[in-house]
Design a protein around this ligand. Structure first.
Ligand code: G3P
Ligand code: CA
Length: 269
């Protein structure tokens, strides 16, 4: 969040491009990262899964079907699970043509390619470990890759990386392996359960449709693993009225397919 002097010190939420600026470029591709950068959006969210031969790749669904041309290229490989294809096979797929002809040469990025692009653009990363139950050891593997790429250097760490998951077990594993990494639990756990996450989650990230001011207050009342107030990033907010509503609840971040629309709604300059 940004303290805005012109708004009398009010706190403006961080805006995060969901799967990149995915309303304007194909989700979870380098084009969507660049599209966020071109619109002045610093934070990008992505989804990490693993290929048959153990490469981490950036894609949302556990199947390649919706966001690539896999059905045409490998017609006999239904149901086209990410985990059933090698990285070399996935590299042959078009991950942008479904979105529009201008993106027909877009590929499914490896996580390594993805973080390099985020870094080159001077952006920050909200990395989701997607479907961790399908990929044993994915937490350690992801942290190792981030470490190799310089992302866990303590000089940069606190400001530019958050790891999130719907799986509390996965987040606890991330926290145990690298306690310095900030983590976010996706979903809206009951208020009574929130204290049980405060030992390993810095944020609770609910769907905006489930959110209320009292829920945000309940999260904010807790202290996270790094000794700071726990925060709330709400998803996925794509219109100005909804953005103003959740900003009014006091959320710390808003995750959006149209981050420019959200920013205009909650920052008036
Ligand atoms: O960042 C929040 C959001 O990405 C969680 O849902 O399905 O888009 O990964 P999903
Ligand atoms: Ca996600």
């Amino acid at each position: 969040p940004v303290h805005d002097a012109r708004a009398g010190g009010a706190v403006r939420p961080t805006v995060i491009a969901h799967r990149g600026a995915s309303a304007y470029a194909p989700e979870n591709t380098l084009a969507a990262v660049d599209e966020a950068a071109a619109r002045g959006v610093v934070w990008v969210e992505n989804d990490v899964q693993r290929t048959k031969d153990g490469e981490l790749v950036v894609i949302h669904d556990d199947s390649l079907r919706r966001t690539t041309d896999v059905e045409e290229v490998f017609p006999d490989r239904a149901p086209w699970k990410v985990a059933d294809f090698t990285a070399a096979e996935i590299a042959r797929l078009d991950a942008g043509g479904w979105f529009g002809p201008a993106y027909a040469d877009t590929r499914v990025p490896t996580l390594e390619e993805y973080v390099d692009r985020v870094e080159r653009n001077h952006q920050k990363l909200l990395l989701e470990i997607k479907n961790p139950a399908l990929y044993p050891g994915v937490e350690a593997q992801t942290l190792k890759l981030l470490s190799n790429e310089g992302w866990l250097d303590p000089r940069h760490l606190s400001g530019r990386l958050i790891v999130q998951s719907f799986s509390a077990d996965s987040l606890r594993t991330v926290h145990d392996l690298k306690p310095a990494v900030r983590t976010g639990l996706l979903g809206t756990p009951p208020v009574a359960e929130l204290p049980s996450y405060a030992g390993f989650a810095d944020l609770v990230n609910p769907s905006h449709t489930t959110l209320s001011r009292s829920y945000v207050d309940a999260v904010h009342a807790l202290t996270g693993p790094h000794g700071r107030r726990m925060e709330v990033f709400a998803w996925t907010v794509d219109d100005a009225p909804a953005a103003r509503t959740v900003a009014g609840y006091g959320v710390d971040g808003i995750i959006s397919n149209k981050p420019d629309v959200v920013r205009r709604a909650v920052y008036w300059y």
